[in-house]
Design a protein around this ligand. Structure first.
Ligand SMILES: CC(C)(COP(=O)(O)OP(=O)(O)OC[C@H]1O[C@@H](n2cnc3c(N)ncnc32)[C@H](O)[C@@H]1OP(=O)(O)O)[C@@H](O)C(=O)NCCC(=O)NCCS
Length: 180
C-alpha cells in the first residue's frame, strides 16, 4: 500500500514485526468490540491478523512518528458488488492509550485525501455502532454525511443498530474549496 504521511502519523503497510504492537491494543476490551471483533486472546491470533492484513493489502498500520510505534489501523475495504461507482468502506481502530488527541481524525482525513486525489474513488462509506459517540465525532469532523441506519451483527451474535455515512467526490471537492 502506498505510504501516507500526516502531521503526526505515518500510514504504511503491515509487517510481521508489528505483531507485538497489534497485540498490545487488539487485546484491550475497549478496542475490538467497538469495531465488531472480539479482543485478541493470544499473540498467535494477532499474528494471523497481520498475515491477513499483508495478504489482503487494504489496511494501513498507523504509526506514531514520535515513537515509531503502531498504535492502530485504518482500512479501505471493497464491500460492494456495484461497479457503477468506485466506492470503498473505511474502518479504523486506535489504541485506547492514544485516544482524544485527534489522531484518528487526522488519519482518516489523510486516507480520504489519498482515496479521492490518488485512487480516484467516487464514494467512501463509513459506519459506527449507534452508541459509539467517539467514532461518530471522527466521522462528523471528517465531513461525512448521514446515509442510513442498518442492523449489524456483533461477533457475539447480538444485533445492534449502526449508522452509515458517506462522502462523495463532489462533497469532498466542495469541502476543500470552502476551506481555501
Ligand atoms: C473511535 C476512535 C477511533 C476515536 O479516535 P480518537 O483519535 O480518539 O478520535 P478524536 O481524538 O478525533 O476524538 C473523537 C471524539 O471522541 C472524544 N474522545 C476521544 N477519546 C475520549 C475519551 N477517552 N473520553 C471521552 N471522549 C473521548 C473526543 O473528545 C472527540 O470528540 P470532540 O471532537 O467532540 O471533542 C477510537 O476511540 C477507537 O479506535 N476506539 C475503539 C475502536 C472503535 O470504536 N473504532 C471505530 C469503529 S466504527
Amino acid at each position: 500500500m502506498k505510504t501516507i504521511e500526516t502531521n503526526r502519523l505515518i500510514l504504511r503497510s503491515w509487517t510481521i514485526k508489528d505483531v507485538h504492537d497489534l497485540y498490545e491494543y487488539a487485546s484491550l476490551p475497549t478496542v475490538g468490540p467497538n469495531a465488531g471483533w472480539s479482543p485478541h486472546q493470544s499473540l498467535d491470533e494477532s499474528l494471523s491478523i497481520v498475515h491477513k492484513f499483508i495478504k489482503e493489502d487494504d489496511v494501513w498500520a498507523i504509526v506514531e512518528k514520535q515513537s515509531l510505534k503502531v498504535i492502530g489501523s485504518v482500512g479501505l475495504h471493497n464491500r460492494s458488488d456495484s461497479q457503477e461507482k468506485l466506492n470503498r468502506e473505511i474502518g479504523y481502530v486506535l489504541s485506547t492509550f492514544y485516544e482524544g488527541q485527534g489522531l484518528m481524525t487526522e488519519a482518516v482525513i489523510g486516507v480520504i485525501n489519498f482515496a479521492f486525489d490518488e485512487l480516484g474513488l467516487d464514494i467512501i462509506f463509513v459506519k459506527h455502532y449507534i452508541d459509539n459517540d467517539k467514532s461518530r465525532r471522527v466521522i462528523e469532523k471528517c465531513g461525512f454525511k448521514y446515509y442510513e441506519t442498518i442492523i449489524s451483527k456483533l461477533f457475539n451474535g447480538i444485533e445492534k443498530e449502526s449508522k452509515v455515512y458517506w462522502i462523495t467526490k463532489t462533497d469532498y471537492k466542495k469541502n476543500k474549496e470552502e476551506q481555501q
